[in-house]
Design a protein around this ligand. Structure first.
Ligand code: FAD
Length: 307
């Protein structure tokens, strides 16, 4: 059995594993894909003290750092069940194997919901983006669209309007769902156009980068083409927590509810990074959260009854 079993091998999981292993306790990491969302990222320019890196390079660095320690890495393995047992937890993998641990750190991350339209996957990181804090500066002075009129979409549009030449906000529904105060702010900006009742139908490109998009006006049925250089998709960030329903307290959005120590509703079970209710989903935040959850798990372990 492990003292600490980390489920998830992104920035949060890697940080948790390094911190646990440095305490000299038996540490394991189960990851479907070591590196996590970082693997799908190209330029990373906001990991403080690393002015520029690339996703695959950072993912390798995360793994190398974890492998510097005595950590058992089980890559390519999906956890499918978590149970409380005497003295800790049992994690069952999709392969059927079961692992036990005195404490578990969940760091399964999240995935951005995609539109599912032609061109979206092809131009991912080539104009199609998800994170305004990460990729906004790449579109300085350019024309962009933000897809989605909820709080994240409208926040992204306001944020990006300060950097780019023009923002078109595209909402499927007939009204925006963002808070009124955000909508008022958005409408006060001179370089923002808001389209409602608009269904994005295609991401268009020149073979190497995004050059525009097509949408259907849902009132008239007309298909309209917009020329632009970037598309930020803001239609939801889905936490990878489906397998934890009914086991640990999740928020209405499916995020694992954590406190300031990364503790969840079950003693000995901690969580970190994008899969939790902790706000602002970023690499540097996920790393900090992983470190903190790991220290909290260690605090928990040293308080367990002897024997
Ligand atoms: P993740 O990176 O999502 O890692 C989750 C891990 O859990 C993975 O190893 C996954 O395989 C594993 N996993 C999931 N479910 C299971 C399961 N059931 N069993 C076992 N393993 C499982 N942030 C920045 O700070 N700067 C950027 O420039 C930046 N650019 C981005 C660009 C893109 C295209 C995307 C998608 C995200 C970007 N982000 C950026 C956000 C950043 O990648 C995330 O905030 C960060 O990776 C979250 O780390 P995490 O460890 O919480 O989760």
């Amino acid at each position: 059995p492990f003292d600490v079993l980390v489920v998830g091998g992104g920035p949060a999981g890697a940080a948790a594993a390094v911190y646990a292993a440095r305490k000299g306790i038996r540490t394991g990491v189960v990851a479907e894909r070591f590196g996590g969302q970082v693997l799908d990222t190209m330029a990373i320019e906001n990991l403080i003290s690393v002015p520029h890196t690339e996703g695959p390079k950072l993912a390798r660095a995360l793994e190398t750092h974890v492998r510097d320690y005595d950590v058992e890495i089980m890559n390519g393995q999906q956890a499918s069940k978590l149970e409380e047992i005497a003295g800790g937890f049992r994690v069952t993998l999709a392969s059927g194997a079961a692992l036990t641990a005195s404490s578990v750190i969940l760091s399964t991350g999240a995935r951005w919901r995609r539109m599912g339209v032609p061109g979206e996957d092809r131009y991912l990181n080539k104009g199609v983006a998800f994170c305004p804090h990460c990729d906004g500066p790449l579109f300085k002075g350019k024309r962009i669209a933000v897809i989605g009129g909820g709080n994240s979409g409208v926040e992204a549009a306001i944020d990006l309007a300060g950097l780019v030449a023009h923002v078109t906000l595209i909402e499927f529904d007939k009204v925006l769902r963002a808070d009124d105060v955000l909508q008022r702010k958005l409408r006060s900006l001179p370089n923002v156009t808001v389209l409602t009742n608009a269904r994005t139908t295609e991401v268009q490109g020149d073979g190497s980068r995004v050059s525009g998009l097509a949408y259907e006006n849902r009132v008239t049925g007309e298909i309209v083409e917009l020329a632009l250089e970037g598309i930020f998709v803001q239609i939801g960030l889905v936490p990878n927590t489906e397998w934890l329903k009914g086991v640990v307290t999740l928020s209405a959005r499916g995020e694992i509810v954590t406190d300031g120590h990364g503790a969840t509703s079950l003693p000995g079970l901690f969580a970190a990074g994008d899969c939790t209710t902790a706000p602002y989903k970023q690499i540097v935040i996920a790393m900090g959260e992983g470190a903190r959850a790991s220290l909290a798990a260690f605090d928990h372990l040293i308080r367990l009854p002897v024997g």
